[in-house]
Design a protein around this ligand. Structure first.
Ligand code: NAD
Ligand code: ZN
Length: 351
């Protein structure tokens, strides 16, 4: 088969590799119908993720058809169309039982991390992929839902929902601010709507992204480079700040921003992956009764989001900004890596 193979920082190629085979009885093989590229893949290509070694097939998102199942797989059948979760979880270890699938301890050598696809084992940017713990890591696509829409449940929708909205404890009537309206921030904006907030404010450097956020459910957009951006946000509250501030960028500046707009008693939910240390001025903030959360997506709300998708209660089809043939994946990487210019959100790769 063909696959996108990582060859060390800055190097990748679409090349011939052996077809994957069933290794454990809980595995399934999936023929990929569509996949996409994540910001994390760009981090890997920069050499920022040392766990990824030369020869690894990248990708942790996708939808496909089950072509083979291991002897222990009884809940899935050959021919099923499935969403591939970015988290592979056994469903049985102490972490999985505690609802912390992101720290599944079952996969050998994974050091207690559920994100192994396209990281510690070969991933989805390929014609075929082996999925370990298939029954707990694949979700059937509901009738009437297109593969490309279902694919958004592999990673970004659960990430925005779980680490932004649920950890942020968004509830009816809240004023929610999301700093960074990229795919993950937009997923938080879209799923915040499930809990009835009174306002959802999208804050981004790019005015276009703020405007676009309104089609995902934001009620207001604020441009982060405006000198009075903070006053604009506070004016949308009772003056004290937002109930929930979600950080969806991953740089020190945006971490400072969420601390500047959260109200006393409010929640700060960090979703961004930070590459450098941030400041936490505890001497000033200890008195604010804040709740601060952070984490790696568990993808344990994927089934619930899939149900909402099947009932057309959420419509994430707007995330797909560009389409490519899977074999043209190198062009897709180029477009996605220049997102500010190309306005790429999610690039769809179709087999
Ligand atoms: P992205 O780079 O596509 O989007 C980031 C957005 O932030 C862009 O629209 C950009 O214009 C905006 N931005 C940049 N600097 C800003 C500033 N100073 N003020 C306001 N906005 C600013 O990223 P993404 O794919 O949406 O992912 C967002 C973050 O979430 C990344 O750090 C990513 O690694 C992380 N992530 C975390 C998890 C998790 O499990 N916690 C999972 C997936 C992704
Ligand atoms: Zn991802």
């Amino acid at each position: 088969m063909k696959a996108l193979v990582y060859h060390g920082a800055g190097a990748k190629s679409w090349e011939d590799v052996p077809d994957p085979t069933i290794i454990a009885p809980t595995d399934a093989i999936v023929r990929v119908e569509c996949t996409t590229i994540c910001g994390t893949d760009l981090h890997i290509l920069k050499g920022d993720v040392p766990g990824v070694t030369d020869g690894r097939i990248l990708g942790h998102e996708g939808v496909g058809i089950v072509t083979e199942i291991g002897a222990a797989v009884t809940e899935l059948a050959v021919g099923d169309r499935v969403i591939i979760s970015c988290i592979s979880s056994c469903g049985k270890c102490a972490s999985c039982i505690a609802g912390l699938q992101s720290h599944c301890r079952a996969e050998e050598g994974a050091a207690g991390i559920g994100w192994i696809l396209g990281h510690l084992i070969d991933g989805t940017q390929a014609e075929l992929v082996r999925i370990p713990f298939a029954e707990t890591s694949l979700h059937r696509v509901p009738e009437g839902v297109s593969p490309e829409t279902a694919m958004l449940i592999s990673d970004i929708l659960p990430t925005g929902h779980e680490i932004g909205v649920k950890y942020g404890a968004v509830k009816a009537g809240d004023v929610v601010a999301v700093v960074g309206a990229g795919p993950v921030g937009l997923a938080a904006i879209m799923t915040a709507g499930l809990y009835g907030p009174s306002k959802v404010i999208a804050i981004d450097l790019d005015a276009n992204r703020g405007a676009q956020a309104k089609t995902f459910g934001a009620t207001h957009g604020v441009v982060a480079s405006d000198a009075d951006w903070r006053e604009q946000v506070l004016a949308l509250t009772d003056g004290l700040g937002v109930d929930v501030a979600i950080e969806a960028v991953g740089v020190p500046k945006t971490w400072d921003m969420v601390l500047e707009i959260v109200r006393p008693g409010g929640h700060v939910a960090n979703v961004g992956v930070h590459g450098t240390s941030v400041q936490f001025p505890l001497e000033r903030l200890w008195i604010e009764n804040l709740t601060i959360t952070t984490g790696l997506v568990n993808a344990n709300t994927a089934r619930m989001l899939t149900r909402l998708l099947g009932e057309k209660r959420i419509d994430p089809s707007g995330f797909v900004s560009h389409r490519f043939a899977l074999a043209d994946i190198e062009s897709a990487y180029d477009t996605f890596s220049r997102a500010a210019e190309t306005k790429a959100l999610k690039v769809l790769l179709q087999a």
